[in-house]
Design a protein around this ligand. Structure first.
Ligand code: AMP
Ligand code: MG
Length: 407
């Protein structure tokens, strides 16, 4: 039996990054950038108005006030999208809308509220003095040509999408999605919607896995619930090994008489890297590989399956797509926590912020079959082996569940 740290090291040595592909901006939400996004022009791209009003020469407005307006001759209209080829001379102004280029000769904007308005006729009264540059967004004031905007390995969400569009990029280099085959094993498993006969239970793990896979940006190409039957396992795996980057199973990998998953993996030529890890729950964890896929045999107990996916599979999916991994963070225990002398202990927990500190309450339901312990959770507690139980107020490491928030 190896330690959690050793298990991670062995897994990491087997990870290869996936190939890149070009995808339309319409389909890149949730994908991971496989190239840097560089500014192809300065931003703003040209001097333009920050407000609706009149482009003027600031010096022409000196001393202007509501009581003593200054008249300027209106010589044109520049709207957003126009080329801005109006010229503003001394004593002149041009209507100039938000986002419109600043006309040649003008160096400030008087907002329309500080003037007699667009309908004033040939002479417009300015009610206020403006300074040079006022209400003008300068070319390059936000971003310079060639600036690095977004790093390779960034998951594309709202802000990245908006920025990519801002610079007009249409087809984007992203990492190929990892292709996954998921299967659950167990003669007792029944799909939701069917009646349970004595001894049967509903399959929950495939639903957990499929949801986690999609959150991690992977694509599930095969999934099935399979009986504890070697031939049925072989049939599924024959398909999976040809088409997938990763195979993930739940159940059938422990010491039970009908736990065939590991045997079948090996029979089909999978190289075993490890089988058992010093952790609780989830000790019977299989990791292997063949020439095309990484293979995870996770335990069947739903908490072990859920936590095993988050602790072992999720980071691999991140690395395969070039993403950096989130680390665990420190929290203060709200109640005591039992350590194990030799095993890493995992438990769902709930963290919240209090007086500037992150506090963590471990779930009261500690059984690996008690999936309801995940309902209130926003983190997984990761407790290294130790001899003395941790008491309230002790520091503990937690891994936040990325789709949950701290209240
Ligand atoms: P196993 O690892 O196959 O020995 O299963 C351990 C426990 O997890 C048993 O109580 C199984 O009934 C349960 N289990 C296995 N697979 C699933 C599943 N897909 N959904 C819910 N429970 C499961
Ligand atoms: Mg089983």
């Amino acid at each position: 039996m190896i330690s959690v740290a050793e298990a991670h090291k062995i897994i990491d040595d087997q990870i290869t990054r996936l190939a890149r592909e070009r995808v339309s901006i319409n389909d890149i939400e949730g994908r991971v950038l496989a190239a840097e996004i560089i500014a192809s022009f300065p931003q703003p791209r040209f001097d333009n108005s920050a407000m609706d009003g009149f482009a003027v020469r600031a010096s022409d407005t000196k001393g202007a006030s509501k009581k003593r307006p200054i008249d300027l001759k209106m010589v044109g209209v520049v709207s957003a999208g126009s080329a801005g080829d109006v010229v503003v001379g001394t004593g002149q102004c041009a209507q100039c809308m938000t986002g419109a280029p600043i006309p040649q000769g003008a160096d400030a904007i008087v907002i329309v509220e500080d003037s007699s308005g667009y309908e004033s006729g040939p002479e417009v009264q300015m009610y206020t003095e403006v300074q040079e540059g006022q209400h003008i967004r300068r070319e390059g004031e936000e971003i310079q040509l060639g600036d690095l905007l977004i790093n390779d390995g960034t998951c594309i969400t709202t802000a990245e999408l908006g920025t990519i569009a801002t610079f007009g990029y249409k087809d984007i280099q992203v990492y190929r999605k990892p292709k996954l085959a998921l299967f659950a094993t167990g003669d007792e498993l029944v799909e939701p919607g069917n009646n349970l006969l004595p001894g049967q239970i509903y399959n929950s793990n495939l639903y957990l896995f499929e949801d986690l896979a999609s959150r991690a940006g992977a694509e599930v190409v095969l999934k099935n619930v399979i009986k504890d039957d070697q031939d049925a396992l072989k049939t599924f795996l024959a398909d999976a090994f040809g088409t997938c980057d990763m195979v993930i199973s739940s159940g059938g990998v422990s010491m039970g008489r009908f736990d065939y998953v590991r045997d079948v993996f090996m029979e089909l030529g999978v190289k075993e890297h490890f089988w058992k890890v010093a952790q609780k729950p989830g000790r019977p964890l299989f990791f292997g590989s063949n020439s095309t896929a990484l293979i995870f045999g996770l335990p069947g107990n739903p908490v072990s399956a859920f936590i095993g996916f988050m602790e072992y599979v999720w980071p691999v999916l991140e690395s395969m797509t070039g993403q950096s991994r989130a680390s665990t963070i420190s929290a203060v225990l709200d109640e005591s926590f039992p350590l194990d002398a030799v095993k890493t202990r995992y438990l769902f927990g709930n963290t919240w912020s209090e007086d500037g500190q992150l506090i963590c309450a471990p779930s009261k339901k500690v059984g690996s079959h008690m999936l309801s312990s995940s309902l209130e959770a926003n983190c997984i507690i990761v407790a290294d082996p130790g001899d003395i139980p941790l008491t309230k107020g002790a520091q503990i490491r937690v891994r936040l569940l990325p789709w949950k928030s701290i209240k």
